[in-house]
Design a protein around this ligand. Structure first.
Ligand code: ARG
Length: 472
């Protein structure tokens, strides 16, 4: 058993069960890189401020670098007796350089240390997830551009409503993911605050320079209150909430893919590489990937609730409950990351059944609104026109035909304002083409939306390149 770094006031060893129960090393070991990065910055700051001698600081920094490499090469075993990643690394440090290693923890506590580690981790995760959101968005834009001629039925209440461009449908998701991208960016702003040096809760009496540490670690600012520093988990909650909304968007798309790939719809065919079969029914090709995307949305919602519930009853400042914050965050990062990566790969390989979509776009009286609009344009009050069109639909249902199958004479029995040009007016392509209000489905509007999206993605890429260059 490793001797506890805090055992000075204890007479008995920790119960084995307690050791297991309180350990977090099996999940917080993924913070090793961030922990070492934070410790190196802290150690340099201590030397800069004359709190520890420069030679000792150099030895600590150098040894931490070696420990990092050894963890990466799998040379260091991390186990429950070490409690958490912070203890494990500090133990390893003192094992290698003796008592000098014990100087690293001057003017800090694990409370501000873990807060820093999580912010460093989240900063990276947020950037990665933002890149993946951009990837999915650019896939959507490419698909929208390739399929600009495809018309499908637009639905409300899952009933045929009005024909729309398939590209327009795709670009609706582009908008949703755009909001997710923005939310992740806002979450970054509140994550990017440096807490180290707040120590246990009250700050420290050592003459530290938190601004120095912040600059060293690339944080734009230092946190304003040491008690908040060690107990704030808002940025994690915000991330989990953003992740939940993002997964809700993915799940809606997944749901559509499941429905659309059914024999009843047959709008799309998901590539074999993204489907699985049945162990009993040889004919089956199941849309398991979108189903699991929909299913995994549940756990991401759960993670948000876990965090909110952990935080809700906590008196200031740090409480051990807060150790439970990590697994939900890690799980949401992993789940969202894997989902977006897969979505970006699956989407371009979906076969679009244009003919079926177009066929269905004309069925179910999707032209009824335009029939009413036609009369309204001829001066009939819209309410009246709506009523007339409704009666024509009722007539067609009874006669077993679609609107376009009525003769002009038949239409005229409902209203004298109908003329020969009504048929071209009700043509599915002209119905779609006319809808050129802002954000509408008319092809010029959708083309504009695509162009705007491409410009947005390009400028995003340019600014992320600029940021990486600045970091280097
Ligand atoms: N493993 C702990 C956590 O994740 C580190 C902080 C421990 N602090 C303490 N006072 N026991 O929260």
């Amino acid at each position: 058993m490793t001797e506890k770094l805090w055992n000075g006031r204890f007479e008995q060893p920790t119960d084995k069960l307690v050791e297991e129960y309180t350990a977090s090393i099996h999940f917080d070991s993924r913070l090793y890189r961030h922990d070492i990065e934070g410790s190196i910055a802290h150690c340099r700051m201590l030397a800069e401020c004359g709190i520890i001698p420069h030679e000792e600081a150099s030895l600590i920094v150098q040894t931490l670098g070696e420990i990092l490499r050894d963890i990466e090469r799998g040379k260091i075993k991390l186990d429950a007796s070490q409690e958490d990643i912070h203890m494990a690394i500090e133990n390893e440090l003192t094992a290698r350089i003796g008592e000098t290693g014990g100087k690293l923890h001057t003017a800090r506590s694990r409370n501000d240390q873990v807060a820093l580690d999580m912010r460093l981790y989240m900063r990276e995760a947020l950037n990665e997830i933002r890149d993946l959101v951009s990837l999915v968005q650019s896939t959507l834009v490419e698909m929208a551009e390739e399929n600009l001629d495809v018309i499908m039925p637009g639905f409300t209440h899952l009933q045929h409503a009005q024909p729309v461009l398939f590209s327009h449908h795709l670009m609706a998701y582009y908008e949703m993911f755009g909001r997710d991208f923005a939310r992740l960016g806002e979450c970054s702003v509140r994550t990017d605050v440096m807490p180290l040096g707040s120590a246990a809760l009250a700050g420290t009496a050592f003459p530290t320079d938190m601004e120095w540490t912040a600059r060293e670690l690339g944080f734009p600012r230092v946190i304003g209150n040491s008690m908040d520093a060690v107990s704030d988990r808002d940025y994690m909650i915000e991330f989990c909430s953003t992740a939940a909304i993002l997964m809700m968007h993915v799940s809606r798309m997944a749901e559509e893919l499941v429905i659309w790939s059914s024999a009843e719809f047959a709008f799309v065919e998901i590539s074999d590489a993204f489907c699985t079969g049945s162990s009993i029914m040889p004919q089956k090709k199941n849309p398991d990937v979108p189903e699991l995307m929909r299913g995994k949305t549940g756990r991401v919602y759960g993670n948000l609730f876990a965090l909110l519930t952990i935080a809700k009853g906590l008196p200031l400042a740090y409480n051990r409950d807060l150790q439970e914050d990590k697994e939900p965050v890690f799980d949401s990062v992993d789940t969202v990351g894997a989902t977006l990566r897969l979505l970006g790969k699956m989407l371009p390989q979906i076969r679009i059944n244009k003919d079926k979509m177009a066929l269905m776009a004309g069925q179910g009286f999707t032209a009824a609104t335009d029939l009413a609009d036609y009369l309204a344009r001829r001066g009939v009050p819209f309410r009246k026109a709506h009523h007339v069109a409704g009666r024509i639909v009722q007539y067609c249902i009874q006669a077993g035909k679609e609107l376009g199958e009525c003769s002009l004479d038949e239409l005229k029995t409902f209203h004298m304002a109908f003329d020969e040009d009504v048929f071209s007016y009700l043509d599915i392509s002209s119905i779609v083409g006319r809808r050129q209000s802002v954000g509408g489905t008319g092809a010029p509007r959708v083309a504009e939306a695509i162009a705007r999206a491409k410009a947005e993605l390009a400028s995003r890429e340019a600014s992320s390149k600029k940021n990486t260059q600045m970091e280097e």
